[in-house]
Design a protein around this ligand. Structure first.
Ligand code: FAD
Length: 290
């Protein structure tokens, strides 16, 4: 973890592109609350296979023009190089200089992988296309990707993305800080030397969290699961308990040298902002350094 301390800390908030004008209006309010915190960037997710393409572009360009650097997520599964080139050109024309490069997951019923199979192929393609224009973020999995052949293979595959030119990584969310520490230690031993920023998912709804975590391979430790289950329909207690647990984990991560935090906001302001405030990130002097 010590080598992660060489990097400036950075803080970012992730949104999904709203489907309706009402959703966009709500995101504007949410964006304004986060903008006050002067994060390093916002990011906007992308439906693999291009399902949110137009909405992602519109949301990214709108937020970017409002003054906080905004990064599109871009996935390669099911995409052609021609389409990806067009998107990269469009982002360059709009002065976007950061991209979260992903493989994505094939939507059910969609058979073709596209021309680039894995995220490392996309990172190479972005470098070929745009040189050093983009700061490229990739995904990291402290609890391993659900399709990984083995823990070892997943680490080797993570290294492929770094070797292809990724500048930094954002992790899948987790609730066990040791998984992150161990992951960082392993990749550092492999000679990987980029910031690996923990992805933070606030806990607000038990059943949604369980469904999503089962899908993406994030583990909810038994003691957290059992406590959340015990609250039943008492959503206030779930939120309070979740906030305390996640705040404590973030404190531990930052103290041990994690180079910042990336919040999966799900377009909700309060859950991430409450954690932010509990961490005193506004008043902790220069929050960017250790
Ligand atoms: P990869 O790094 O390509 O890895 C996928 C799997 O293939 C892994 O099991 C890996 O071990 C294996 N693998 C990788 N390279 C090779 C290789 N060369 N040879 C053999 N095996 C290999 N999804 C979306 O649809 N939209 C989003 O906006 C989005 N944003 C995300 C943001 C973050 C920070 C994270 C952590 C995930 C996000 N995802 C998103 C989910 C992501 O698309 C899925 O987890 C997807 O299954 C894997 O994408 P990846 O880029 O990690 O893939």
């Amino acid at each position: 973890m010590n080598t992660q301390k060489q990097f400036n800390r950075r803080f970012s908030f992730e949104f999904f592109p709203p489907k309706t004008p009402e959703g966009m209006a709500k995101l504007q309010t949410v964006r304004d609350s986060f903008a006050e915190k002067q994060p390093d960037f916002f990011s906007v997710t992308y439906g693999a296979g291009g399902s949110t393409q137009e909405r992602t572009i519109d949301t990214v360009v709108t937020l970017h023009k409002q003054g906080i650097s905004t990064a599109p997520h871009l996935s390669c599964i099911g995409a052609t190089k021609k389409d990806l080139s067009k998107l990269l050109d469009l982002y360059k024309e709009n002065d976007i200089n950061r991209i979260v490069a992903l493989r994505g997951d094939l939507p059910s019923g969609m058979g073709a992988h596209g021309e680039l199979r894995y995220a490392n192929d996309l990172v190479s393609f972005i470098r070929e296309h745009s040189g050093d224009h983009f700061n490229i973020e990739v995904a990291a999995y402290p609890e391993f990707h659900p399709q990984a052949q083995s823990a070892e293979a997943d680490l080797v595959n993570f290294k492929r993305k770094v070797d292809a030119g990724a500048n930094s990584a954002i992790t899948q969310y987790f609730y066990n800080a040791d998984a992150y520490f161990y992951f960082v230690e392993r990749v550092e031993k492999m000679g990987i030397n980029i910031p690996i920023v923990p992805g933070i998912m606030p806990i607000t709804n038990y059943s949604n969290l369980v469904r999503f975590s089962d899908m993406c391979g994030a583990e909810i430790p038994r003691w957290i699961r059992k406590q959340l289950e015990a609250y039943g329909d008492d959503s206030n207690s779930i939120v309070q308990f979740g906030e305390a647990v996640v705040t404590e984990m973030c404190e531990k991560l930052l103290k041990a040298g994690a180079p910042g935090l990336h919040f999966y906001t799900l377009n909700q302001a309060a859950p991430s902002l409450n954690i932010w405030n509990n961490l005193n990130l506004d008043s902790s002097g220069d929050r960017k350094s250790f």
